[in-house]
Design a protein around this ligand. Structure first.
Ligand code: GAR
Length: 210
C-alpha cells in the first residue's frame, strides 16, 4: 500500500474521505500520520478516532518559520511515507524543506488552477463571473499554489450561488478528485519529472479531468 502522511489545518473532510476509502478497500493506501499546525484542528480528532497517530506542531512553539517547517517535515519523514498530502493545510511551506521532497508532496486547492491561487477562491470566482469552477490537485513547489497540476474536477457556477453554496458543490467533487488522484499515484501512473507531470510514462499536456 501507498504510505501517506496528511497535513491538515482544519475540518479534515478530505482526510476523512481518504480514511473511509482505505476502510472500504477502494484505496490501496495507509495513513502513516496526520500533522497539523493547529492543536484544535478537527482533522486531528478524526485521525485519532480512526486510530491514526496525530500530532500538532504549533508555529509559535518554534523560533521561526524555517525551524517549524524543518521540525514538522523531519518528523513526518521519520515514518517514511511515500507521499505527503496537504489536505486543507493553510500554511506556506518553505523552499528549504521542499527541495528534497519534490514529487512526493501534493496539495488539493479549491479552484481550477492557475485561476484563483491563494485564499477566498469561491468568493473570487463569483466576483469574476466565471461559468466554471472546481478543484485541483498539484505537486507542491515554493510558488504558492503554483506547482504542476495533476488533476482537476469541474463544477458549474449557478446563477443563485453564494460562496457557501459554491464551496459545498466544489467540496463534494474534491473528495473523489483527491481519491482518484491518489489511486493514479498508488498505481505508479503519475510522476513528476523535470519537464512536468508524466502520466503512464508520457508527458501530460493537460491535467487529468476527474
Ligand atoms: C478544501 O476545500 C481544500 O481544497 C482547501 O481547504 C479545504 C479543506 O477542507 N484548501 C486550501 O484552501 C489550501 N489553500 P477539509 O479540511 O474539510 O479537507
Amino acid at each position: 500500500p501507498l504510505r501517506i502522511a496528511v497535513l491538515a489545518s482544519g475540518r479534515g473532510s478530505n482526510l476523512q474521505a481518504i480514511v473511509d476509502a482505505i476502510d472500504a478497500g477502494t484505496l490501496d493506501a495507509e495513513v502513516t500520520g496526520v500533522w497539523s499546525d493547529r492543536g484544535d484542528a478537527q482533522a486531528l480528532a478524526r485521525a485519532r478516532g480512526a486510530g491514526i497517530p496525530a500530532r500538532a506542531m504549533r508555529p509559535r512553539d518554534f523560533a521561526d518559520r524555517p525551524s517549524h517547517d524543518s521540525a514538522m517535515f523531519d518528523a513526518i519523514d521519520a515514518d517514511d511515507p511515500d507521499l505527503i498530502v496537504c489536505a486543507g493545510y493553510m500554511r506556506l511551506i518553505g523552499a528549504h524543506v521542499l527541495a528534497s521532497r519534490a514529487g512526493r508532496l501534493i496539495n488539493i486547492h479549491p479552484s481550477l488552477l492557475p485561476a484563483f491561487k491563494g485564499l477566498h477562491t469561491h468568493q473570487r470566482a463569483l466576483e469574476a463571473g466565471v461559468a466554471e469552477h472546481g478543484g485541483s490537485v498539484h505537486f507542491v513547489t515554493a510558488e504558492l499554489d503554483g506547482g504542476p497540476v495533476i488533476a482537476q474536477a469541474r463544477v458549474p457556477v449557478l446563477a443563485d450561488d453564494d460562496a457557501a453554496r459554491l464551496a459545498a458543490r466544489v467540496l463534494a467533487r474534491e473528495h473523489p478528485l483527491l481519491l482518484e488522484t491518489l489511486r493514479w499515484i498508488a498505481a505508479g501512473r503519475v510522476r513528476w519529472q523535470a519537464d512536468g507531470v508524466h502520466v503512464d510514462g508520457r508527458m501530460a499536456t493537460a491535467p487529468l479531468q476527474l
